[in-house]
Design a protein around this ligand. Sequence first.
Ligand code: SF4
Length: 285
Amino acid sequence: MINIIIANPHGFCFGITRAIDIATNTSKNPKKPIYFLGELVHNQHVVDWLEKELKIKTVQSLDNIPSGSVVIIRAHGATPQIFQQAKDRGLEIVDASCPLVLKSHQTVKDLASQKKQIIFLCNKIDHDETIGVVGEAPEFTTPVTLENIFDYPIDNPQNSVIVTQTTLSTIETKKALLFIKNKYPEVSILPHICQATTERQQSIIKLAKKYHFVIIVGSPTSANSNSLKAVAKSTGANAFIVDNATELNLNWFIDQKNVVISSGASTPESVLTEVIQKIKEITRP
Ligand code: SF4
């Protein structure tokens, strides 16, 4: 049987645990119908569990929430426009945004009030966190992906500031920011990669360098899970991401003696356990 090394820390971060606790507490007082606007966290297993256990429905638009209901804002935050629309519709708002995401909102608001040009460095421009943060000051903020930042022209570097998404790959971000600093030394940089992301990535980088084969358990829509895979890959290791045990591929395990396992910040421990169990089964001699 293959030797399984579980990276630590892994799994739920502070912001996700907090969002689930907020939803759980809100559901204990069900005087009004309760809805999530978008997935509370980027993991379908958690979303299904919340719907089943807490009876809170996920909808993708405020138009689907009847007036007088409660709306829970997801861990990745939302734009100020969404908060305003929810108030206008007569909804009670419960904000489960991670406080570390809200720090980025505040930073963008402060910079915009100084008329700075803000570049929000992100994984994807349509990620919920990106949309929420950029929405604080859209006229001053441009979302640019880690992939595109190398070709992005900064017209006024003295007045430009780069703010980073909380869940970026630390390795790719360092490379990108070094490149930008060389090209535009006057640009300011305000990194916002959170501690949970940094710690999980540091652990995976160390283990990936030693064992060269990594599996991340997480949703394909989870930015931090994808970043865990990206940092593992950048060490030269083989790295894969699976949402659940059925996505494991037998071929990955041929001639492997060790596998490192980690899970994204919104992946439940139960799914990680199932994946580990399945790996034990398929690698049993
Ligand atoms: Fe908050 Fe970081 Fe968790 Fe995102 S990964 S929810 S920023 S603690």
